[in-house]
Design a protein around this ligand. Structure first.
Ligand SMILES: *[C@@H]1O[C@H](CO)[C@@H](O)[C@H](O)[C@H]1NC(C)=O
Ligand SMILES: *[C@@H]1O[C@H](CO)[C@@H](O)[C@H](O)[C@H]1NC(C)=O
Ligand SMILES: *[C@@H]1O[C@H](CO)[C@@H](O)[C@H](O)[C@H]1NC(C)=O
Ligand SMILES: *[C@@H]1O[C@H](CO)[C@@H](O)[C@H](O)[C@H]1NC(C)=O
Ligand SMILES: *[C@@H]1O[C@H](CO)[C@@H](O)[C@H](O)[C@H]1NC(C)=O
Ligand SMILES: *[C@@H]1O[C@H](CO)[C@@H](O)[C@H](O)[C@H]1NC(C)=O
Ligand SMILES: *[C@@H]1O[C@H](CO)[C@@H](O)[C@H](O)[C@H]1NC(C)=O
Ligand SMILES: *[C@@H]1O[C@H](CO)[C@@H](O)[C@H](O)[C@H]1NC(C)=O
Length: 465
């Protein structure tokens, strides 16, 4: 009975067992959500707001929040937004505030760009992302805050972005388009139980933040709307995204950390990012993307239990010479794909630079990327994995990936090195080496030793919050 092939299979099973990651550490990071009761509450109507979809309520939001500031040191306060259509320009949140949207409450972004003031570019980008210079401020904005909650009974924030998409398409934008929600340099942020629609640009953008949870949020924008990313954690740490549905015109989640020389100089990484139970579709872009702006580094990203359908790409890493930085210790597991063109895509020559002053010798380090337990139906290409000549992407580990692929050339790999086990169709040559026990430490999160030390760290992050 002992044929050579069964020997191979026994070895394989042993290899997998000894690298088994076991329990998942992601759960406690997401348990920080406190739907605490604020001792004070006012309704936006007490500040003269009119929910007719026509009256501009910017002043009412600003006045209400100014008033609630006096409760910041008394446990904070809640701004209640009842059912109605509340048109407004940009407004600023404060610390210890809950913005609470009732069922059938809709905050509508003004369609006059002048109601979205212009603010400085982010230091880690050096300029607006799409145009040099400054950028429009997000509809809901917060800076230097602690303990901010945006939630409710499934109310809606609708950016009415189509005017911005037209200005982008007909090249009449004055400055970079605004996000729907941006929190900058803030800690203790919860965004939950909401529907977010039609952002002019990226939908939720936490930048230089710590301890951010986005939970039970549905995000929609037309599938052809330009750059309407869903959630973009940027130079932020301890971010949990769970139980979300996202369908937009760009990446559903894009993990970033600054752009070329500006991102390198600012040097703030994006780390400890947990994403689970995400479902969504994007016809142009990826379900989970890292980059292309990753110059401050991206590490410790755990993605689990995600499903993408009718989409262009599922898992993507985008970078370029000039970016510098790193992407390392990335773990993606339990991915279900239906009708997806490319399951896994790494792009080493993405391009797009803030200006000509970038350093072409600033090469990104891409290493320790584990992707496992993926099933896919109606996939065109399994992997299009392009590293950078002279700067191989290394320790890419693929395990238990079974894809129904239509292309006769399912994997196309260059400048990459790594391992694979139980991958169908069989992985490309540079990733063909099996994950034997001695490779476990090369493969992020596939050794018990790594896993238990992570478990301890996780406890520490939770305690410090
Ligand atoms: C969000 O909705 C869920 C039910 O879907 C509920 O259990 C939870 O308490 C809500 N969170 C807040 C902050 O209202
Ligand atoms: C971030 O916020 C803290 C506390 O509000 C402040 O001390 C710090 O200067 C801020 N940094 C930036 C870059 O805004
Ligand atoms: C945030 O902190 C920075 C740095 O201390 C300061 O320059 C900026 O004015 C603050 N912004 C707000 C809105 O508090
Ligand atoms: C929230 O509202 C959206 C539409 O605005 C709807 O599709 C979704 O089912 C609602 N979710 C819940 C939990 O009520
Ligand atoms: C561009 O689009 C904006 C928004 O729809 C519109 O107001 C403007 O007239 C358009 N400009 C041109 C030159 O087509
Ligand atoms: C994989 O994820 C799906 C949701 O996408 C979930 O229903 C299933 O239980 C997960 N499988 C495992 C083994 O955790
Ligand atoms: C892929 O799907 C097609 C259509 O459903 C089916 O005929 C084929 O057997 C599947 N191939 C594999 C390898 O599962
Ligand atoms: C593989 O990808 C390269 C680009 O990286 C492309 O030029 C080449 O045509 C692809 N090969 C096949 C067979 O698809």
């Amino acid at each position: 009975m002992s044929t050579p092939s069964t020997h191979v299979e026994v070895l394989l099973v042993l290899a997998l067992l000894s690298c088994s990651p076991g329990i998942v550490w992601s759960n406690t990071l997401c348990q920080q959500t406190n739907d605490e009761v604020r001792p004070h509450s006012v309704s936006i109507t007490e500040f003269g707001a009119v929910g007719d979809g026509v009256t501009l309520n910017t002043k009412a939001f600003q006045n209400a929040i100014f008033y609630l500031n006096s409760f910041a040191d008394k446990g904070g306060a809640k701004l209640f937004v009842p059912a109605g259509r509340w048109l407004t320009g940009s407004f600023d949140l404060i610390s210890h505030l809950t913005l609470w949207l009732d069922k059938d409450a809709v905050i509508l972004g003004s369609t006059n760009p002048e109601d979205w003031p212009v603010v400085d570019p982010l230091p880690s980008y050096g300029r607006g992302r799409e145009l040099p210079g400054r950028r429009h401020k997000s509809l809901v904005y917060g800076r230097n805050l602690t303990d901010v909650i945006i939630t409710g009974n499934n109310g809606t924030i609708d950016g009415q972005g189509s005017i911005w998409w037209s200005m982008f398409r007909n090249k009449t934008l004055d400055y970079t388009r605004p996000h729907l929600i941006e929190l900058m340099n803030s800690t203790g942020v919860l965004i939950s139980n909401l529907t977010l629609l039609n952002s002019p640009f990226w939908t939720v953008h936490p930048v230089y933040c710590s301890h951010v949870t986005v939970q039970k949020v549905a995000i929609f924008a037309p599938l052809d709307s330009p750059n309407t990313d869903g959630i973009d954690p940027d130079s932020s740490d301890n971010v949990c995204i769970e139980d979300c549905y996202i369908s937009t015109g760009d990446d559903l989640i894009a993990i970033k950390s600054g752009w070329d020389e500006y991102g390198i100089a600012y040097g703030r990484p994006c780390t400890n990012i947990v994403i689970h139970r995400l479902v969504g579709k994007t016809q142009t872009s990826a379900g989970i993307a890292i980059g292309s702006e990753m110059s401050g580094g991206v590490s410790e990203v755990h993605v689990e239990d995600v499903q993408f359908y009718d989409s262009n790409t599922a898992i993507r890493i985008k970078t370029s010479p000039g970016r510098g930085g790193y992407v390392r210790n990335i773990y993606v597991s339990n991915v279900t794909l239906i009708n997806v063109d490319i399951a896994i895509r790494f792009t080493g020559l993405y391009g797009e630079h803030p200006n000509d002053a970038y350093d072409p010798n600033a090469l990104p380090v891409i290493e320790k990327i584990t992707i496992k337990d993926v099933v896919g139906e109606n996939i065109k290409t399994a992997g299009l994995i392009e590293g950078i000549e002279g700067d191989n992407f290394v320790n890419v580990c693929l395990s238990n990936i079974v894809l129904n692929v239509s292309s006769n050339y399912p994997w196309n790999c260059s400048y990459v090195k790594g391992y694979s086990d139980l991958v169908l169709p069989e992985a490309c040559e540079p990733l063909k080496e099996r994950i034997f026990p001695e490779h476990c430490s090369d493969c992020y999160y596939m050794s018990n030793q790594i896993q238990s030390s992570k478990g301890q760290n996780r406890g520490a992050w939770f305690m410090s919050w």
